[in-house]
Design a protein around this ligand. Sequence first.
Ligand code: PLP
Length: 436
Amino acid sequence: MSTTEKVRATERLAELREAYARKRPKARACHERAQQWMPGGNTRSVLHFDPFPFVVASGRADTLTDIDGFDYIDCAGEFSAGLYGHSDPVIMSAMREALDRGLVLCGPTTAESELAALLCQRFPSVERIRFCNSGTEANLFSLLTAIIATGRKRILVFDGGYHGGVLTFAGGGSPMNVPFEFVVAPYNDIEATCACIAANAADLAAILIEPLLGAAGNIPGDARFLQTLRAEATRVGAMLIFDEVKTSRLGRAGLQGHYGVVPDMTSLGKYLGAGLSFGAFGGRKELMQRYDPRRADALKHAGTFNNNVMSMSGGLAGLRSVFTPEAADAFLQRTEAFRISLNERFAAAGAGVRLSGIGSILSLHLGEHVPTRISEIDPATSGFRLLVHMACLERGLALTPRGDIFLSLPMGEARLAAIADVLFDVALSEWRGVAG
Ligand SMILES: Cc1ncc(COP(=O)(O)O)c(C=O)c1O
């Protein structure tokens, strides 16, 4: 980006933020009050954006309403956990029935075994499963299972990978990462990754990977790269772990089904709890059997809310009656068409903007090609996404503050067309505004 373009982008962002703030006095007041008790008025860093986030009053279907009275089509989609939207009647009624049966029951329920059965039938790598409370926890347990099973400690992860707030590998990692032995390889780079595996072969417990590199810009894994990881993990005796916390919603069997690559362990989360706290880790029977509490050498896996009745009942209703295998495939097709046609529109308009991703999980990028590696992402992209995010709010469309876009099941054809129109107009005009 040239200096002139940078100045134009900065001025435009200031103008959008000022107009946004002027219209939302209640959100401003709420944000100021929250700062008295929570650092930055925030309890989940990714939700903050300047000047202050709008404050949500309610949500219905695919729409959010804020306390200042604005409605937004919700393409933030709770970072993929909002697959069902905000008020799916099947899920709401399953949760109401669960509420009526009482909370904190301190015992197994039929909902958890039924949900476990559906998940094992759905994901090829998951022969046995255990529940926990978040995707982060799921990854921690997947990794610990691999460390214990192999008797090794080193874990191969990928630059830009995000597996939870304590397992994040953008820009060299985070000071808050758990102190495991990580080695970081470049995503989608077969040669460099194989070299890294070879150098660590004897110590490698696990390879942990998102088959779609999410937070770093929704870059799809290359099929040959994922197949190579499968073969290499087997060769060196390490466990291949797919983090499908977000991507399990892409088709009936997640991306492991889509790519036909079966990992040893899979981490799940997000929408599978139908809107409540949820995580799960599962894998090959012989690995997971270590958790059988009847064994003398059983691994003790704890968690007060692992089988909380709300997540179990909502999650079960969702998978059984709403996001059936057929519905998952149809949704993937519909949303693939959305991205492909929007990219054709950008190309036809001569815009240097493209959407990356798979199905309902998308990111905007600057450039005329979808990046296949982090090194291909234009450094100006994050600034451009700030403009698009603000300008979309003005048009009644909420994206995630960092610019990821999640489509949800309540969005029918007409709704998707309306979203595509807003994204196209906004991205084109902001791109033209900056590029002059
Ligand atoms: C790929 C991936 N793994 C793990 C997580 C962590 O899940 P949670 O926020 O439920 O801990 C996330 C959250 O965004 C994620 O995107």
